[in-house]
Design a protein around this ligand. Structure first.
Ligand SMILES: Nc1ccn([C@@H]2O[C@H](COP(=O)(O)OP(=O)(O)OP(=O)(O)O)[C@@H](O)[C@H]2O)c(=O)n1
Ligand SMILES: [Mg+2]
Length: 404
């Protein structure tokens, strides 16, 4: 057992002292067996939510309908969820409410994949009735029990399967894959928000290229916003080394670029992405179009788009062109470092200085003057130094006349 589990042991021990069963379950146990970093340590227990709240002094009832109570332990929040089955599903989505049960087996039985249905007790022993450890060793993703049942309970699990391929590099077991092909259309019942979470994780995984092949092979892509008509282009995405991209904005930009999507804002809004992210993607695509049509960065273009956007566009461009992104990125960073100014803030003169120098009221002319100065500084015509810029801007005779 490692540190993240040890820190949470007190919760399991306290529940046991009160006569309940309690275990670590789900993704954290899987990731521990895989030697991957563990984020959230989840706990499953036979205690009902009320019983959990009665035992611990600091709790937050976050999802009582689903049996989840957050317990604050040494200042860290842990989700403690009552053993449950999700017996009756409506519309292929997770049910509104669940049935609580008192046995761990029933709780593990309703989980999606065998690798996610392993429990670990407070001594570090595994309870693994569905051979999840063997699946992890063989690197396969297989549903617990009949795949059709698991996917019709919650159709999002089909996307989860492919997203785990991307994150872990595992194979889909044949029956599991066949059931996805069979039932992909159930994804029409799933909210965009849940699909987006999975799709972003899928694009970010080290084996994303395999996952794109599977999205096509299983027809899952047909039920994703804006992608139904993009079979061939999506298949192409499996030829690229996605890990070269390092942010969600870069990944969405690359996707839009290779899929040749023109209505970028409406496509991204269909996925219900945050406005901030949509803006970032648009900025990267704009930078990409500039640099592609002119073949290279100039000082002026770099300054116009800004360092962060330029570096992202360069990462996308390198990947599209099959070039070494690290080398290109380094060359661009060197070029950026050699710019006399990178943003307006770096300019040694402000709008206020200009107004003072000319003794005129503010107006659009101030912005024009600042632009003129920026261009001159970038072009190396004048140094980024206040007095020199003033002298360049206001020739001697003008100042002289004014002074008289
Ligand atoms: N549609 C789902 C979602 C989750 N689970 C179960 O709930 C656990 C926790 O879910 P979640 O945190 O969403 O997924 P993880 O497997 O932990 O993956 P991640 O590392 O991305 O959190 C899963 O391991 C799985 O046992 C499930 O059976 N069906
Ligand atoms: Mg998790």
């Amino acid at each position: 057992m490692n540190e993240p589990f040890r820190r949470a042991l007190g919760i399991i021990r306290t529940l046991k002292q009160h006569g309940y069963e309690a275990y670590f379950v789900g993704g954290s146990v899987r990731d521990y067996l895989l030697n991957r970093p563990i984020d959230d340590v989840d706990i499953a227990t036979s205690a009902l939510p009320d019983e959990v709240m009665a035992i611990f002094p600091k709790t937050i009832p976050v999802g009582l309908k689903h049996g989840t109570v957050v317990v604050l332990h040494d200042g860290v929040p842990y989700e403690v969820t009552t053993f449950r089955t999700e017996g009756t599903y409506e519309n292929y989505r997770r049910p509104e409410s669940v049935r609580f049960v008192r046995s761990l087996y029933q709780d593990l039985e309703r989980r999606d994949f065998t690798m996610n249905a392993i429990a670990m007790d407070d001594t570090g022993q595994f309870i693994d009735p569905f051979a999840g450890q063997a699946a992890i060793e063989k690197r396969i993703i297989r549903t617990v029990g009949a795949a059709e049942d698991r996917f019709s309970e919650d159709a999002l699990r089909m996307m989860r399967a492919i997203r785990f391929v991307s994150q872990l590099g595992f194979q889909l077991e044949e029956e599991t894959k066949a059931a996805i092909i069979e039932q992909a259309s159930l994804l029409t019942h799933i909210s965009v928000e849940r699909k987006t979470v999975e799709f972003e994780k899928l694009m970010a995984g080290p084996f994303a290229s395999r996952a794109f092949s599977l999205l096509v092979e299983t027809n899952v892509f047909m039920y994703l916003p804006g992608l139904a008509e993009k079979r061939e282009a999506l298949q192409q995405l499996s030829n690229y080394e996605w890990p070269a991209l390092t942010s969600a904005a870069e990944r969405w930009s690359f996707l839009l670029y290779l899929l040749n999507i023109e209505q970028t804002a409406s496509f991204l809004r269909q996925w219900k992405l945050a406005n901030r992210l949509i803006k970032d993607v648009q900025a990267i695509l704009h930078a990409l179009s500039i640099v592609r049509s002119f073949a290279d960065w100039t000082k002026e273009r770099l300054y116009e788009v800004g360092a962060a956007v330029a570096l992202s566009a360069e990462a996308v461009r390198s990947l599209v062109n099959g070039e070494n992104g690290e080398e290109n990125g380094q060359a661009l960073r060197d070029q950026l470092a050699s710019l006399p100014i990178q943003t307006r803030q770096d300019l040694a003169v402000t709008g206020k200085d200009i107004i003072d120098w000319y003794g005129r009221k503010g107006g659009p002319w101030v912005e024009e003057t600042l632009r003129k100065l920026e261009q001159a500084v970038l072009a190396g015509i004048v140094e980024n130094e206040k007095e020199r810029m003033k002298a360049w801007l206001i020739p001697w005779n003008q100042t002289h006349e004014k002074d008289c």
